[in-house]
Design a protein around this ligand. Structure first.
Ligand code: PGA
Length: 268
């Protein structure tokens, strides 16, 4: 049985007091929820204050994650943060997010290096994959691109991200199908989520790839989630799909009431 997981990606938002208030309201609003894992991913600088703010529930109901890491553990890399620094601070790490692939030119090789850096430091990578092709307005409004051509691209991203990752280590990986065109409206996204059934079919293909790379048990146990413009209204569309094990939430994770609602729906 795969425990549903909800990942809150705060991106480059919040100031110190916003971060603490937000974390506390999520903590208070989710105390009755069971059988669901909630992972808060604040900016690096708020990891410690957020950990303090939710101290009593940390690592039980609520986990912490970081939004990025560097692929080396230490050295002359000005401005970077390593897995070795993060390992006592959080449990999860988002790797290969579409915004990082776009703005910082992170390619599949870098993503693979970061996955290894996370795993060797005992951190659980949440590996993001998704199509990066330009979509037509019509495809975006349908919530699905041309299935055949993009499917291969996503599967390749997954295979590259998992290169040389052992069967033992892959058990600590979460995969997120997060198409860039479906994230919140802005410079990159449309604000139109992918269609639930389409997302489930992509997730099925990803699971099948895990089966081919590893084995049946590994494929059945690994969690694969959806991300992109998830909110308290459209969440049901994703929950309805048994293939989808959770959601990666950006914009809505900054609105405590709505985010709590997403968690409640997920917990059933
Ligand atoms: P969004 O972001 O929910 O605001 O679309 C998701 C993400 O990019 O992680």
């Amino acid at each position: 049985m795969r425990t549903p997981i909800i990942v809150a990606n705060w991106k480059m938002n919040t100031n110190l007091s916003d971060a603490i208030v937000l974390a506390q309201s999520i903590k208070n609003g989710t105390h009755q929820l069971e059988n669901v894992e909630i992972v808060l991913c604040p900016p690096f600088v708020w990891l410690y204050p957020v950990a303090e703010a939710i101290e009593k529930v940390l690592n039980k109901r609520i986990k912490l994650g970081a939004q990025n890491l560097f692929w080396q553990d230490e050295g002359a890399y000005t401005g970077e943060i390593s897995g070795k620094m993060l390992r006592r601070m959080c449990e999860y790490i988002i790797v290969g997010h579409s915004e990082r692939r776009h703005w910082f030119q992170e390619d599949d090789e870098i993503v693979n290096d970061k996955v290894h850096a996370a795993l060797r430091n005992g951190l659980k990578p949440i590996i993001c994959v998704g199509e990066y092709k330009k979509m037509t307005e019509e495809q975006i409004s349908r919530g699905r691109p041309n299935k055949v051509s993009v499917g291969i691209n996503i599967i390749n991203q997954l295979a590259r991200a998992l290169e040389n990752v052992s069967k033992k280590d892959v058990q600590n990986v979460v995969i997120a199908y997060e198409p860039i065109w479906a994230i919140s409206k802005g410079r990159l996204g449309s604000g139109n989520p992918a269609d639930g059934a389409y997302s489930a079919s992509v997730i099925n293909q990803l699971r099948e790839k895990i089966f081919r790379l590893y084995d049946w048990d590994t494929a059945q146990n690994i969690r694969i989630i959806y991300g992109g413009s998830v909110n308290s209204k459209n969440i049901t569309e994703f929950i309805r799909q048994p293939e989808i094990d959770g959601v990666l939430v950006g914009g809505v994770s900054l609105k405590s009431k709505e985010f709590i609602k997403v968690c409640e729906e997920m917990a059933g």
